[in-house]
Design a protein around this ligand. Structure first.
Ligand SMILES: Nc1ncnc2c1ncn2[C@@H]1O[C@H](COP(=O)(O)OP(=O)(O)OP(=O)(O)O)[C@@H](O)[C@H]1O
Length: 200
């Protein structure tokens, strides 16, 4: 994915001012920045959910988006969500979804309604729905909010494995101790991304 020269204002508030972000296949890139600097806005533009005022986004292949706030139907069970997304993604089976449920350690929550899930489990479902169709591009907005430590570690192993298999991954993160997982980190400041190579 390549984001080039993206500008975005909400009313008079100019948020993005020529932001560039390159996420080639096989890279894991972090986006960091203070609250309200426009990280989620940038990711929504990256996904095509929001139009930029100026600039372009190039994407190749299927994309998976994990929004900052899970968009779930509280009266549907976890399994009903999986079946709904299976139909939307046109998947022949739920094999990958079940693998991810095991990996994220919530395989026993299938019959629970989304409205009854704990915050961390809700977030596991949010992430699973973004990944179950094995997308080439992963756009993840604070995907591990509320995860316990084991799940947090398993998330990073999964992300590294997918990166090594050639996926493009961009993650909004607030956690300084996660920086070493990234190939590069983009600091969103004054509407632009300053890229820093990490020493991974
Ligand atoms: N649809 C909208 N209309 C008007 N203003 C908006 C809209 N969406 C976001 N904003 C404002 O734009 C600014 C950036 O929001 P955004 O969610 O992109 O920031 P962020 O960097 O992801 O923040 P955080 O770290 O708190 O998640 C905020 O001040 C927010 O209130």
């Amino acid at each position: 994915m390549r984001i080039s020269g993206v500008w975005k204002a909400y009313g008079r508030r100019q948020l993005l001012r020529g932001a560039d972000l390159d996420v080639p296949a096989g890279t894991l890139v972090g986006v960091v920045g203070e609250n309200g600097t426009g990280k989620s806005t940038l990711l929504r533009i990256a996904m095509g959910h929001l139009a930029p005022d100026r600039g372009t986004v190039e994407r190749a292949g299927k994309a998976g988006y994990c929004p900052q706030h899970a968009v779930l139907n509280d009266s549907f069970t976890v399994m009903q969500h999986l079946r709904l997304f299976q139909a939307a993604y046109r998947l022949p089976t739920l094999a990958r979804a079940h693998e991810l449920m095991d990996l994220l350690a919530f395989a026993d929550s299938g019959r629970q309604r989304a409205g009854e899930l704990s915050g961390g489990t809700r977030q596991k479902l949010n992430l699973l729905l973004a990944l179950m169709h094995d997308p080439q591009l992963l756009v993840l907005d604070e995907p591990y909010q509320g995860f316990d430590w084991d799940t947090h570690q398993r998330f990073w192993s999964l992300a590294a494995r997918l990166r090594d298999q050639g996926r493009s991954i961009v993650v909004v993160s607030h956690l300084l101790h996660d920086r070493h997982h990234f190939d590069a980190v983009g600091h969103l400041r004054d509407g632009r991304l300053d890229m820093e190579r990490t020493t991974r």
